[in-house]
Design a protein around this ligand. Structure first.
Ligand SMILES: [Zn+2]
Length: 272
């Protein structure tokens, strides 16, 4: 899950669970937690959910009096809402039930973090305390992006995927963000022209907003178990190795960029 899916999910969770009191908190995999299970449950049980929001790939659930339940869906997770009459998935790792018998289950495919921190402790959290800006925030304008780029080091792809710079972009959306801007993933950030910086800013916002509009990625589920509408047909070069570039017809290549793969059209995105 990347920013569009997390934005949609946190909005749906906010709508369904804000104001509800927690009556059960079942955790089958206490390794996810940052404290003993007993203490974790004590901090949640019979408390009311005050807010839900996301920042980057993390979900922040505010629980009275001043705790934040932090959840990182990581690489593949189903977070599914249920009503009293609904059947609950057979397999889940975490189950939260509210006073009205609605609730949600969490099923983790890889690994997860489920941490409770106090509001004041948030800044010291080793990951969340250092999260960068949400690229879709109203206040995140081109000037702010330019200031980030000026401080940036290394190549463009790792810069944009570093959650301390911009929070929420992963290896799926980055592909078309770079392609639209006609920038090769391994270009040095310091070599970008003003025009390229603008193109990246526009492309980043366009790709992420378009996916949110369509309900997120087609292979990820939302809070109600519905899959998104942003499928392979919306990708331009992502996962299109061997297919023609939609702009120039050149064959799309898959290349290795550090620890991740990248899909590029080398004619549209030359490595200068
Ligand atoms: Zn091309």
């Amino acid at each position: 899950m990347e920013l569009p899916e997390l934005t949609i999910l946190s909005e749906q969770m906010r709508k369904e669970i804000t104001g509800k009191g927690i009556s059960e908190a079942e955790v089958k995999n206490p390794k996810c937690l940052n404290m003993p299970l007993k203490e974790f449950r004590e901090r949640l049980l019979y408390k009311t959910v005050r807010s839900v929001k996301n920042k980057g790939k993390w979900i922040f659930i505010g629980v009275e009096p001043d705790n934040i339940l932090l959840f990182n869906p990581g690489m593949g997770v189903d977070i599914l809402y249920f009503k009293p009459e609904d059947s609950i998935p057979d397999k889940y790792h975490i189950k939260i039930v509210f006073g009205d018998r609605t609730g949600f289950t969490v099923r983790v495919w890889w690994f997860c973090y489920l941490h409770i921190v106090s509001e004041v402790g948030l800044k010291e959290h080793k990951v969340v305390g250092r999260l960068g800006v949400n690229p879709l925030d109203d206040g995140f304008d081109l000037e702010e992006f330019q200031r980030l780029v000026e401080k940036g080091r290394g190549n463009v792809k790792s810069f944009l995927m570093d959650q301390k710079n911009i929070a929420g972009i992963g290896n799926v959306y980055i592909q078309d963000i770079l392609f639209n801007a006609k920038v090769h993933p391994l270009r040095r950030i310091s070599s970008l022209s003003q025009h390229e910086v603008e193109a990246l800013y526009e492309s980043m916002r366009m790709v992420l907003k378009e996916s949110i509009k369509l309900g997120g990625l087609a292979y990820e589920k939302d809070f109600y178990g519905r899959k998104g509408g942003y499928g392979v047909e919306h990708f331009k070069v992502a996962y299109k190795e061997g297919r023609p570039c939609p702009e120039c017809g050149e064959t799309i290549m898959k290349i290795r960029t550090g620890s991740t793969g990248s899909f590029v059209c080398l004619k549209c995105q030359p490595l200068l």
